[in-house]
Design a protein around this ligand. Structure first.
Ligand code: NAD
Length: 516
């Protein structure tokens, strides 16, 4: 029987080659890297085995990294913004040159299929392009003053050191959203990536280091910390870190938000989602099924924007479910490097346990599994977690449906009126992404209105996942309220000052107050 997965040794060789081309020599970095402390193990979900030991950053080295970033900030903040953009442009060039290498590392460490891994690196390139333009567009406003001979204006200034804490499932794109924009805004960055993805982090940090050297930017504009949540907590509690931008579970945000607030720091939280799509009777079912399958089963259900709840009108629910189950039964699952594969592995055996527990709970709460849920390739890779995406029909939005399980589980429910569908849609603690599939413009507009979806992202005739970098990204409620990436999300990385200039030669007080 032909082997269906690469071996761990083959993956090690491929990762080493990619790291070499980027300029990371693992053993040398192990000695001279962020600091010789505990060892972190780089693993691959393709086989579930360890690839390399990577040294974790010691507490002293983490403190030093923040000090370096703070020192660099004092120079960087006064560097003209368009010149700061040159660093981001150079980073973008290096990312383009190494797109294949970085995508290899994303697949090896996070398990993404090839096209999604390339797409994640493309997202980094795109945000660099965006941030280069932004470096010439950090506009403030001029405001009409109520006093004659006065000018009232708003100016924007760099904020300071930005601490970026990121999750395993977008191991580099989330870093780039924050870093490209923060650097253009005049901030410096200290990054604590997921403990599950140290290799892609070392590669990105190395490329930024090379870009900084190429354009003569200060050495400390960026620092990388390798380690688990304890290392992240150092950033959270460090008063020198002006903004903590943290992406991950709602559990993590619940800890990080109050701790940063306690020292009057700023936080930008991008947390869990429990995203839904409403399918109306007028929906184009061909388009809808394709949109749903990508959003629900793509990335093995491990996107914050993954579609987890389907709210289908009762008149089309059976037809929709029949098409969906047929599509699910055909999904190619397995080696993410194989061009034909659409569903790679879950990140870990623990993620598989959580998926199985959730499906069992859904069944106990009255759900019926319609397709999927089985395990694949356990004989070839017993430590890996390849699963069949599962569709579960639910009679109601029960407890388990209201939680985010980070796996490809799609719960299907039905509705009669759009108002009922929207109420069901919004009746979860999370508020990240949402969709409606309809050809009825009035329905679409209602869904997008203040009475419609309560999410940060609301789409029509497209799934919940796969946002472009040009729009601001983020969600409401337990998703944390943060906005990153495009539009005017840059303002979170700067501080504003309101300036009143009196050129009248007379002192006039606001609100007509007389004094002296
Ligand atoms: P996680 O919460 O386990 O870890 C995320 C990061 O936070 C890691 O770097 C981790 O080390 C760090 N961390 C955890 N606890 C911390 C603490 N108390 N203090 C400081 N740092 C801490 O999440 P994960 O399993 O890596 O990622 C999956 C989760 O992330 C899902 O819930 C998903 O929805 C969410 N996510 C959200 C977005 C978004 O933009 N909204 C994007 C990607 C992922």
């Amino acid at each position: 029987m032909p082997r269906t997965l690469p071996t761990t040794e083959e993956l090690r060789t491929r990762a080493r080659a990619a790291l070499d081309r980027v300029g990371v020599t693992l053993d040398e970095d192990a000695g001279a890297g962020p600091g010789a402390g505990d060892v972190q193990h780089a693993r691959t979900p393709l086989t579930g085995e360890v690839l390399f030991p990577v040294p974790a950053t010691t507490p002293a080295a983490a403190d030093e990294a923040v000090a370096d970033a703070r020192r660099a900030f004092l120079t960087w903040r006064s560097t003209p913004a368009p010149r700061r953009g040159e660093l981001v442009r150079r980073l973008g060039e290096l990312l383009r040159a190494h797109q294949g290498d970085l995508a290899d590392l994303v697949t090896i460490e996070a398990g993404k299929i090839r096209s999604e891994a390339l797409g994640e690196v493309q997202e980094m390139i795109d945000i660099c392009d965006f941030a280069v333009g932004l470096s010439r567009q950090l506009y403030g406003r001029t405001i009409a003053s109520e006093r004659p001979g006065h000018r009232l204006a708003e100016t924007w200034h760099p904020l300071g050191v930005v601490g970026v804490i990121s999750a395993f499932n977008f191991p580099c794109a989330v870093w780039s959203w924050n870093t490209a924009v923060a650097l253009a805004c005049g901030d410096t960055v200290v990054w604590k990536p997921s403990e599950l993805t140290p290799l892609i982090s070392l590669a990105c940090a190395r490329l930024l280091e090379r870009a900084a050297a190429d354009v003569g930017a200060p050495d400390g504009v960026h620092r990388l910390l390798i380690g688990d949540r304890a290392v992240g907590e150092r950033l959270v509690d460090d008063f020198r870190v002006a903004l903590v931008s943290a992406t991950g579970s709602t559990r993590m945000g619940r800890e990080v938000g109050p701790r940063v607030a306690a020292r009057f720091g700023r936080s930008l939280l991008e947390l869990g989602g429990n995203n839904a799509a409403i399918v109306a009777p007028s929906a184009d079912l061909d388009l809808t099924v394709r949109g749903i399958v990508f959003a629900a089963a793509g990335t093995a259900g491990q996107r914050c924007t993954t579609l987890r709840r389907l709210i289908a009108h009762r008149d089309i629910a059976d037809a929709l479910v029949a098409r969906l189950t047929a599509a699910y039964a055909q999904l190619p699952i397995g080696d993410p490097f194989d061009e034909a594969t659409l569903v790679g592995p879950l990140i870990s055996a623990a993620a598989l346990d959580r998926m199985q527990e959730a499906v069992a709970r859904a069944q106990a709460e009255g759900g019926k599994v319609l397709v999927g849920g089985g395990r694949r390739l356990a004989d070839v890779a017993p430590d890996a977690a390849y699963v069949e995406p599962v569709v579960v029909r639910m009679g109601a939005q029960t407890g388990v449906v209201r939680e985010e399980t980070f796996a490809p589980i799609l719960y299907v429910m039905t509705y009669e009126t759009l108002e009922e569908a929207i109420a069901l849609h919004n009746d979860v603690p999370q508020g990240l992404s949402s969709s409606i599939f309809t050809r009825d413009q009035a329905e679409a507009e209602l869904f997008l209105s203040a009475e419609g979806s309560d999410c940060g992202i609301a789409n029509v005739n497209i799934g919940t996942s796969g946002a472009e970098i040009g729009g601001a990204f983020g969600g409401e409620k337990e998703t944390g309220g943060g906005r990153e990436s495009g539009s005017d999300a840059w303002r979170a990385y700067m501080r504003s000052a309101t300036n009143t200039v009196n050129y009248s030669g007379r002192l006039a007080l606001a609100q007509n107050i007389s004094f002296l």
